[in-house]
Design a protein around this ligand. Structure first.
Ligand code: AMP
Ligand code: ZN
Length: 768
């Protein structure tokens, strides 16, 4: 097998140093938080390398460390960077308990993704003594020095430093390292092997240099050498590990042993989300549990990762994930089909060997998983007899690891996958059992087989009947078979989910069906959602009202609550989004689906405290009025928007704030949808208000409307920097479109025409 070696910038042949056994070390998880899908993309890469080698008869000895030292980075806690860990510590949990908790979750996620467990998962905290031995030797050899209880690696003492990352000059080496003001280092590029414990640090170890804790990279040197020896075959990690982590590891390990420790360095490219590296700090990370909450099979993510080569970036989207889920389902369908295909003529041994050789060729070509997958599909569509295809598929799946033939719904254990023939019998048996358990279904399968020949309509009716009973009919060479629907298929039917507003039909041109649409985008915060919708309905008595709610990818049970409401109250309509859509996109779904004469868009932070609908209708009865609401804004220059004047009394304003935003559906049909480049809510309301103005409508605020604002939690949760950035970006969008359109402003209208009555009025306080 040839694989790209980051160190040599070329392909390296994997030739096991110990005959027959390949040693692999993988930089494992940091266990003070959940690993995200980006981390798992890296672990999947190594899993495929391992399976590909095992498939070809090699043994693999796999070591994956558990970093349970990182969570002790006191500075980080002090800065409050990790809320999860800070909260757990506040609850009285010990660092060990936290590490154990997240280790368990990691191992369970690995199982769900069918990642073969490593042979050893050494924990950093169990190996501090080994690290100290390495550090002592490095000092002896003169490549490390002590300074006030700290020990540093002297980069000048290791001439090949920089070869892995290509950062060879001092300047380059500094890039990417945060310049810490560590004055004890001789040179900035030296790095810590041991650090003295600061006061208050809980986890600390005794050492020849006093109490302290190990540096970031030493654990991997100590543990890889301990478990795999002074020379081993493959070391893997994600691209961000190259520098400084692995560069430093090479310096430590090679100085310690006197020779190159690792033969081949393999790095997987990043998984992106929304175009940037998936990372917890970027708030674009998803976990395996996030997939499960959405009823996506974690193995669909495994399939998705197979569609790109490991050295290219892969952008994660729910649309591509769903496509992967469908493809996986199609492969599973094949398994069902072939499982019941008749015993055909034996395929020539030669033909099987050929398929397998081509498969291995893909794997050995620098782990070409997309190629291996394409070949699998090619084989599935080939003219081989079904049962041979099943056998081949099960063999290939020893590498792919998709659990084919052991779909969660058929309940077979992954260990059964490898035994292709056994698997087939098992599936047959299962199919028989299902049909036997449901005799009436069994006989209708036979009836359906007959019907398929002639009466198509009857066949379709039967198919539907099966579908409602939770079965799918597949036509196989042996006749029609019924198989139980997978969990995912059931979920899709009961909870269709949309991926964008384009998935939603627009009813805007259809006639009104009710008086008012109460439109809500629920981004979680269930209590707020309940309060908002509950209060809006309480005051809607005597009106024909409907609630159109977008469950915007919330994972806190909001979607389920909305479904419950919809089940009890037919005024409710819920549209589930498969992930968090941008604010404008989500509001457009409300706009497209609402059938009320008036559309009232509410932010879930508000509460309705009186009859709102009467006054709104009165205001909107004036056909010249486009948008109304309690919280208006005015501006003189399109740059500064003020609440105070607009809050003084009922009157014309330049925009209505999104907390409570009402208009006629008929008018919106002429104005159009909101601009979906506004993913964040802020200033979207300005933009949409201006679209109304541009069509000649007036905007009127009535601060007396009985609407109360509570903490806007989506805003409160954001950090200062994020607020600024998101708001600024949206404001730029607004200004690009409306800059120079002062003609639209209330301030530039004829003073006699009505705006001046606002001036000089005493300011009232904003509604609380
Ligand atoms: P960490 O827990 O941050 O040490 O990361 C564990 C492993 O996941 C390391 O090998 C990282 O290089 C890798 N990794 C982190 N983020 C991503 C990402 N977005 N895509 C792929 N691999 C990643
Ligand atoms: Zn490591």
């Amino acid at each position: 097998m040839k694989i790209y070696n980051t160190l040599t910038h070329g392909l390296s042949e994997v030739a096991p140093l110990k005959p027959g056994t390949v040693g692999i070390y993988t930089c494992g998880p940091t266990v003070y938080r959940d690993a995200h899908l980006g981390n798992f993309r890296s672990y999947l890469m190594t899993d495929w390398i391992r399976r590909a080698l095992e498939f070809q008869g090699l043994d693999v000895y796999h070591v994956k460390n558990i970093t349970d030292v990182g969570h002790m980075r006191q500075e980080m806690l002090d800065r409050g960077e990790d809320k999860v860990i800070a909260a757990a510590l506040a609850e009285g949990k010990t660092p060990e308990e936290i590490a154990r908790h997240y280790t368990e979750r990691f191992l369970s996620d690995e199982r769900k993704l069918n990642i073969e467990p490593a042979h050893v998962y050494p924990r950093a905290t169990d190996h501090v003594a080994d690290m100290i031995v390495v550090i002592e030797r490095l000092i002896e050899k003169g490549v490390a020095y002590e300074a006030k209880g700290n020990v540093y690696f002297d980069v000048d003492g290791f001439p090949s430093y920089g070869l892995l990352s290509g950062n060879v000059d001092e300047q380059g080496l500094l890039e990417g390292v945060r310049v810490d003001a560590d004055r004890l280092k001789r040179r900035q590029r030296d790095f810590a092997l041991w650090k003295a414990a600061e006061p208050g640090r809980e986890l600390r170890w005794d050492s020849p240099w006093g109490e302290g804790f190990p540096g970031w990279h030493i654990e991997c040197s100590a543990m890889s050498i301990k478990y795999l020896g002074e020379r081993f075959d493959i070391h893997t990690g994600g691209a961000d590990n190259v520098f400084p982590h692995h560069e430093d590891e090479i310096a430590q390990s090679d100085s310690f042993t006197g020779g190159p420790v690792v033969n081949t360095w393999v790095h997987g490219q990043h998984l992106l989300a929304d175009g940037v590296k998936m990372a917890k700090s970027a708030r674009n990370s998803f976990t395996v549990s996030d997939l499960e909450v959405k009823h996506v099979d974690p193995l669909a993510f495994r399939y998705l990762c197979m569609t790109a080569r490991y050295r290219t970036r892969l952008n994660f989207t729910f649309t591509s994930l769903k496509a992967a889920q469908r493809a996986l389902q199609r492969l599973r369908n094949r398994v069902w089909e072939w499982g019941s295909s008749p015993n055909g003529p034996e395929a020539a041994e030669e033909s099987r060997t050929q398929w397998e050789a081509r498969f291995i060729e893909r794997l050995n070509d620098n782990l070409d998983m997309p190629g291996a997958l394409a070949l699998t599909w090619e084989m599935a569509g080939s003219g081989l007899p079904g049962r041979i295809k099943l056998e081949m598929l099960c063999r290939f799946d020893r590498v792919l690891g998709l659990g084919l033939g052991s779909s969660p719904d058929t309940g077979a254990a992954p260990s059964e996958i490898s035994a292709g023939v056994k698997k087939r019998d098992l599936l047959r048996e299962k199919a028989r059992q299902h049909l036997a358990e449901l005799p009436e279904l069994g006989s209708s399968v036979a009836r359906r087989a007959q019907a398929a020949r002639g009466a198509y309509r009857e066949a379709d009716a039967l198919r539907d009947a099966f579908r409602t009973q939770g079965y799918v009919i597949q036509d196989t060479p042996a006749g029609a078979r019924a198989r139980p629907k997978s969990r995912w298929e059931r979920r899709q039917e009961s909870h269709p989910e949309v991926s964008s507003s384009a998935d939603v039909l627009s009813l805007l041109s259809q006639p009104d069906a009710v008086d008012v649409t109460i439109g809500v985008v629920a981004n979680g915060y269930l209590e707020d959602v309940e309060r908002c919708i509950g209060s809006a309905l309480r005051w809607a008595d005597g009106r024909r009202a409907e609630v159109v709610a977008v469950d915007n990818g919330a994972v806190d049970g909001t979607g389920a609550w909305l479904d419950d409401m919809a089940a009890e109250d037919d005024r409710f309509r819920v549209i589930h989004a498969d992930h968090r859509l941008g604010e404008a996109a989500a509001r457009n779904i409300v706009l497209k689906q609402g059938r009320g004469c008036t559309v009232l868009m509410l932010d879930t932070s508000v509460e309705i405290r009186g009859d709102l609908y009467g006054p709104i209708d009165e205001l909107l009865d004036d056909e010249g009025v486009g948008v109304v609401g309690p919280f208006g804004l005015r501006t003189g220059d399109l740059r500064h928007f003020h609440e105070d004047e607009a809050q003084a009394a009922k009157g014309d304003v330049d925009a209505i704030q999104s907390y409570c935003f009402a208009f006629r559906r008929k008018a919106a049909a002429g104005v159009g949808l909101m601009r979906e480049t506004f993913r964040f809510y802020r200033n979207l309301d300005l933009d949409y208000s201006f679209h109304f103005k541009d069509k000649g409508y007036r905007i009127v605020a009535d601060p007396g409307l009985p609407v109360r604002r509570h903490t806007h939690r989506a805003w409160a949760e954001l950090g200062e920097a994020e607020r600024d950035e998101l708001s600024r970006n949206n404001f730029r969008r607004f200004l690009r479109r409306w800059g120079g359109r002062e003609d639209l402003l209330v301030a530039s209208r004829d003073p006699h025409e009505g705006s001046d009555h606002l001036h000089g009025l005493p300011h009232t306080t904003a509604p609380d």
